[in-house]
Design a protein around this ligand. Structure first.
Ligand code: NAP
Length: 527
């Protein structure tokens, strides 16, 4: 284990920099990728136990995760937590909280930095896990692992800042100070689409600030979570500082949220589940002595606005990558292109040609730009939306399954979509893009804002005054100008949305850790 000596001042760690991503266009990287996939083949179908209060447990009630590129291939077999075990996990996390919260911040920082170091050392292996269980292509998988490393490194530095004395005004005759305290037991509930990055980010933030956590991973990607738990253990996190509870959210989710000893919930996922958590958490239960804090980052219906004077080739490229990268299964994915009528026909023609040329197939093959969608259920939902879309606009590309055993869908583009249409308003979370014509730039902006979500958005324009207008009026948590609307980088693009997209907690930003602490102000009379 490498140890980093860390004082609790931010200067003791080197300046944060984003983890570089692997370039899979080189022959060497391709060979390494193939060899790692072969190496992890032996792990397919491995059984993983629950981790509760430092113990490994089996319930006999199992959950199988599969490779969405080849659903007959079982990736991991996991135990489903019962209601009693879920309660036990929260109770033990509460019992261990006094000890973990008293662990010096410098030690907690060390452990998070070590977590990053292990992920970095085993990066290709972790990439391969995402390719297998989440259907990510290699570049998307590598970006997910890089972001996980970034979250650890970034929050380690933020914690160093948070642990340093806060400057307060000194009243005459007093010594005045303010310190940040951890909250207690946190539920960590991530989605499957950034199965390592979001899981790691939320967990690292909660642990480094001194909270104990109960992790309830997505049932689509439990192997990635089990592997992450092994990394936490290897890094040196005390076994009782975290529990890993695989099991259906619909079975144990409510009781975890409602438990009176749960202090906060850090959730990323759908609007539907997020709002349910907000509602359940708001109601105090017998013996509960706090107001539960909920950080809920939810869905998106993200738009890219294309102005009449923009570089159309750049705009098409940006829309394409944002709409079809990881099969459109990013909260930040572009699902609406809103285009000035002066360039609408030309844009649609260029987009149609470019989208039709995208390759779809097993994500482990580097020649495929798109892999599968996550599950048979997701495929069915997306196909239903495509059918709806066909009656709401003009299908210009895709519209069906792509060949193969996996959950493959063609990149689908539907033009001439009205702003009242379901495919303009509802999050589809798949490779489906609606294209809408705007009368002028103001109208385009109005359409972009005409949804209940407000996560990401982008604008392609060369007019400085319209860039300024977007800075003021494009109502999204993450605005991008003349670039794609996906690919937020830790430290540079703090991430979180407005309106029904969530609580705008800004993951990867300087304020994020404040969600996991409470401030105590102390005034001491001095003579
Ligand atoms: P989801 O269905 O809401 O599930 C998210 C997590 O919640 C999973 O771990 C799930 O467990 C759990 N869960 C389900 N029911 C629950 C309940 N009653 N109580 C507590 N937890 C419960 O979302 P998803 O399909 O995994 O992810 C896709 C969604 O996430 C999209 O809407 C996307 O936009 C959003 N997302 C948002 C962001 C952001 O930063 N804003 C980032 C990524 C993704 P099970 O798997 O066992 O059901």
């Amino acid at each position: 284990m490498t140890t980093t000596t860390v004082g609790v001042n931010a200067g003791a760690l080197p300046a944060f920099r984003n983890e570089p991503v692997n370039d899979f266009s080189s022959d060497a990287a391709r060979r390494s990728a193939a060899s790692v996939l072969k190496h992890i083949q032996a792990e397919l179908g491995r059984e993983y136990a629950l981790r509760i209060a430092g113990r490994r447990l089996k319930t006999g009630d199992q959950l199988r995760s599969v490779n969405p590129s080849r659903p007959s291939e079982i990736v991991g077999i996991h135990e489903m937590a019962s209601a009693d075990l879920a309660r036990e996990a929260v109770q033990d996390a509460h019992a261990y909280f006094p000890e973990w919260s008293a662990t010096p911040a410098a030690r907690r920082i060390e452990l998070v930095v070590e977590t990053a170091a292990i992920l970095r050392r085993r990066k290709l292996e972790f990439d391969a896990g995402r390719v297998r269980e989440a259907g990510k292509t290699w570049p998307e998988a590598d970006a997910d692992v890089s972001e996980a490393i970034d979250f650890c490194e970034y929050y380690a530095r933020q914690m160093a800042t948070l642990a340093a004395p806060v400057e307060t005004l000194q009243m005459p005759g007093e010594r005045d100070e303010m310190v940040y305290l951890p909250l207690g037991v946190g539920l960590i509930i991530p989605p499957w689409n950034f199965p390592l990055a979001i899981l790691t980010g939320m967990t690292a933030a909660a642990l480094v600030t001194g909270n104990t956590v109960v992790i309830k991973p997505s049932s689509e990607t439990p192997t990635i979570a089990a592997k992450f738990a092994e990394v936490l253990e290897e890094a040196g996190f005390p076994p009782r500082s975290f529990s890993l509870l695989t099991g259906r959210g619909s079975v144990i989710g409510d009781l975890l949220v409602e438990h009176p000893l749960t202090r906060f919930i850090s959730f990323t996922g759908s609007r539907e589940v997020g709002l349910r958590i907000v509602e359940l958490a708001a109601k105090p239960r017998p013996r509960q002595v706090w107001i539960k804090r909920v950080v809920a980052e939810m869905g998106g219906k993200d738009a890219i606005v294309v102005d009449a004077d923009s570089n159309l080739d750049d705009a098409v490229k940006g829309v394409l990558v944002s709409a079809f990268g990881y099969q459109g299964q990013k909260c930040s994915a572009c699902s609406r292109a809103i285009v000035h009528e002066a360039v609408y026909d030309e844009f649609v023609a260029k987009l149609q040609a470019a989208a039709s040329a995208l390759t779809v197939g097993p994500s482990e093959e580097l020649t495929n730009y798109m892999g599968p969608v996550i599950s048979g259920g997701a495929m069915k939902t997306i196909r239903n939306y495509i059918e709806t879309g066909k009656s709401e606009g003009r299908l210009i590309c895709g519209g069906d399954r792509a060949p193969g055993e996996g959950y493959f869908l063609q990149p689908t583009v539907i033009a001439d979509v009205d702003s009242k249409a379901r495919i303009f308003q509802e999050e589809i979370f798949g490779p489906v893009l609606a294209v809408t014509k705007a009368r002028d730039f103001d109208h385009a902006l109005e359409l972009a804002n005409a949804t209940e979500y407000g996560l990401t958005g982008a604008v392609y324009t060369n007019a400085p005054e319209r860039i300024e207008l977007c800075k003021k009026k494009f109502f999204v948590g993450n605005l991008y100008i003349n670039r794609k609307c996906t690919g937020a980088m830790v430290g540079a693009h703090p991430f979180g949305g407005f309106n029904m997209s969530g609580t705008d907690s800004k993951a990867g930003g300087p304020d994020y850790l404040l969600q996991f602490v409470q401030a105590k102000s102390i005034a001491e009379r001095v003579r």
